[in-house]
Design a protein around this ligand. Structure first.
Ligand SMILES: [Zn+2]
Ligand SMILES: [Zn+2]
Length: 331
């Protein structure tokens, strides 16, 4: 197999040949057909997420076809299309695993961070953490279009659930996650307000094209106060800004795994029972819920495909905001 490998943080990925993976008990191997590029991959490459397995194959929005199934795997079969997400393994015995919060497991493995991911021609996964994608567009649908659902969609979904019953909802950072979640929120009948970098007219018109009632700069006030806001951009300064825009009792959800420091702010912004929470990882139930919902919503992802060997270019383009929606690598 071949893969784009990170040997050390803050260095470019390198194209290497590796031994073909072998499915052990409870595992599957897949031939990767598409792998999305997530901002978290940038945080790994940039060393903002510490202690990755090194060398590491990044990538945790994997769509592929099963090649081998290991002993004891009876729900997945060779040829099936599956999606492999960020949560790659949990211990099953810690306090969190035993209370339906495996996203907070004390001893997890994360795809593309602490175990090898999908910037590769092949990948190895725990069968219990690979989602069959049969319900979505059958087995023949577009693998590139599906890839962003595996993280931008799944963790976006968890953050939307965390936003509660909010009718007026703000999305800060209109990238891969927000462009999916805006469609879900609209389908649910919510009013969506999109916040982009100041002056990003292209991003703002993209948001309006997906049903946002209003789109503006992240330093602007929306036309009505919000019930909740979700912050997808890794920018701590957006926290006080979003708190300013939510009503009494409103909630601000930080959906990213990494954020620049949050500047000090006046307690007035949190007073009146406003809440500030974060979302970490996903549970398998989040994945099942979202992947069952996706075809009903009719989510259309906007993707820019790159050959696998152009992974460094895709990461640079994501960093620079050179595309709308999501980048996807194709082996
Ligand atoms: Zn656990
Ligand atoms: Zn991700």
């Amino acid at each position: 197999m071949h893969a784009m490998v990170l040997n050390q943080p803050r260095t470019p990925l390198e194209w290497v040949e590796l031994p073909d993976p072998v499915a052990g008990p409870g595992q599957v191997t897949v031939k990767v057909t598409a792998c999305g590029v997530c901002r978290t991959d940038l945080h790994v490459v940039d060393g903002e997420l510490t202690h990755p397995k090194l060398p590491i194959v990044p990538g945790h929005e994997i769509v592929g076809r099963i090649e081998q199934v290991g002993a004891g795997v009876d729900t997945l079969h060779p040829g099936m299309r599956v999606g492999i997400p960020w949560l790659g393994h949990t211990c099953g015995v810690c306090l969190y695993c035993r209370s339906g919060r495996e996203n907070l497991c004390d001893d997890p493995l994360f795809t593309g961070y602490t175990r090898d991911g999908g910037f590769a021609t092949h990948a190895l996964a725990d069968a219990a953490y690979a989602f069959p994608l049969k319900e979505i567009e059958g087995e023949a649908g577009d693998d590139v279009a599906l890839a962003p659902l595996l993280c931008a969609g799944l963790i976006g979904w968890r953050s939307l659930v965390m936003a509660g019953e909010a009718q007026a909802i703000g999305l800060y950072g209109f990238g891969a996650a927000a462009h999916i979640i805006a469609q879900v929120a609209r389908w649910q009948g919510r009013r969506v307000y999109a916040f982009t970098q100041r002056g990003d007219a292209k991003g703002q018109s993209f948001a309006v094209s997906l049903g946002a009632a209003w789109a503006g700069g992240s330093d602007e006030m929306p036309p009505e106060l919000l019930d909740a806001a979700i912050i997808y951009a890794p920018v701590g300064a957006l926290v006080p800004q979003a708190l300013k825009c939510v009503k009494k009792g409103g909630r601000v959800v930080c959906a990213g795994i990494h954020m620049s420091p949050i500047p000090a702010f006046s307690y007035d912004l949190l007073w009146e029972e406003r809440q500030l929470v974060s979302v970490a990882n996903l549970t398998r139930q989040d994945g099942l819920d979202f992947l069952a919902l996706a075809p009903r919503v009719g989510i259309r992802t906007r993707t820019t495909a790159y050959p696998l060997q152009k992974a460094n270019q895709a990461l640079e383009d994501l960093r620079a905001g050179r595309f709308e929606g999501a980048a996807v690598l194709v082996p």
